[in-house]
Design a binder for this molecule. Structure first.
Ligand code: AMP
Length: 354
């Protein structure tokens, strides 16, 4: 166990790191952030920040020397950097988990090998392979870069044969995945926490509604029947166990029109669709992540009440103060000074208090 008073190193300086740092300090830890970003949301609430690039070996070595355990809010750091960190200090989740989670092909292959469904997919490395993959999978389909995509970046929807050439060159990548388009009924996600001794707990499945490929609203719990909810939790727990996870795992899934579940992607860290837990559950996802990473007993993930989370994206933040007039709304702002379209500036949790 890594006890209070220890220093938790967090890779990444965004809002997830900020909320992890706050939760860690409430449990008596100090947090040291590693980020290339100056004036980052996490650095505002952290004990220390190292400003350096994610491939700066000497800065990483120095960072590792000053922390007791290392975790992430941003998982796209070079694999060599992860291995370097892992050679110095415990890294949770491990480099091998991150290696799977960051690459869409490895991720889907791993999930399928567990007997869990995903959209039908093919690896594509050139236009000829894309043409062949489209013949096999059909249209519409979605072409995604295998790595480094988020919030709809690095993906193109293909609707007609004539779109292929443009789509391939637009993506500017040498490896992509072509996915069958899932005509889903609903998008849901499940967040699970798992600790070193194998204890694992799940939050209820929630519904996620996206706008312009960015999460807009999360409804907790998702309006699905108990059988499907149990199945979704079982899938997330099975993936966490197979990864031998120590930390948090978010599993995004599609509910198909015929009520089946297909996993879209996984993220081994706190997740935007878990922000509602901060105010509506006995133990919020950020505290749970810190507990799992430090080897503390996991907290109770049950909710006091249903909730709805609304992201404040770009200019939405200009109207944020109105939520302060709603007695059941909990406003969370990330301290970002520059507002940009598509940038997550904060969120509000509306608690459905009876
Ligand atoms: P991703 O970056 O994979 O999470 O995709 C972002 C969003 O695009 C998802 O939340 C879905 O709304 C949509 N999407 C991604 N993949 C598919 C798919 N295979 N079929 C239908 N919609 C998808």
């Amino acid at each position: 166990m890594i006890g209070p008073g220890s220093v938790i190193g967090i890779i990444g300086g965004g809002q997830l790191g900020r909320m992890m740092a706050t939760a860690a300090s409430e449990l008596g830890y100090l947090v040291h952030i590693f980020t290339p970003e100056k004036d980052s949301p996490a650095s505002h609430v952290a004990y220390k920040t190292t400003h350096a690039q994610y491939d700066d070996a000497s800065a990483l070595t120095d960072f590792a020397a000053h922390v007791d355990v290392i975790t992430f809010e941003f998982e796209n750091i070079p694999h060599e950097s992860l291995e370097l960190l892992e050679s110095k200090k415990p890294v949770c989740p491990s480099a091998s988990v991150l290696k799977i989670g960051r690459n869409r092909i490895r991720e889907k292959t791993f999930i399928n090998e567990l007997g869990i469904g995903t959209a039908n997919f093919r690896k594509v490395t050139n236009l000829a392979e894309l043409t062949k993959a489209v013949q096999e999978i059909g249209l519409p389909a979605i072409l995604k870069t295998t790595e480094l995509g988020y919030d709809g970046k690095g993906q193109v929807t293909l609707r007609a044969e004539k779109d292929l050439e443009n789509a391939w060159f637009q993506l500017k990548t040498d490896e992509a995945v072509l996915e069958a388009f899932v005509d889903f009924e609903m998008e849901i996600s499940v967040i699970v926490a798992r600790s070193e001794n194998g204890e694992a707990l799940s939050y209820v499945p929630v519904q996620n509604i996206h706008k312009n490929h960015i999460l807009d609203v999360t409804i907790a719990p998702a309006a699905v029947d108990k059988k499907l909810a149990d199945e979704a939790e079982a899938i997330a727990l099975k993936i966490a166990k197979a990864l031998d996870l120590r930390g948090l795992l978010a599993v995004e899934m599609f509910v198909t029109k015929d009520n089946k579940l297909l996993v879209n992607e996984i993220a081994p860290r706190p997740h935007n669709s878990g922000h509602w837990t901060m105010d509506a559950c006995v133990t919020g996802q950020f505290e749970q992540a810190i507990r799992a990473v430090c080897g503390l007993p996991l907290g109770n993930p049950e909710r006091f009440c249903d909730a709805e989370m609304k992201n404040l994206i770009g200019d939405d933040v200009l109207g944020a103060q109105k939520y302060l007039d709603n007695k059941n709304a909990k406003l969370h702002l990330y301290g970002k000074t520059e507002t940009r379209p598509g940038r997550k500036m904060g969120h509000v949790n509306i608690l459905k208090v009876k």
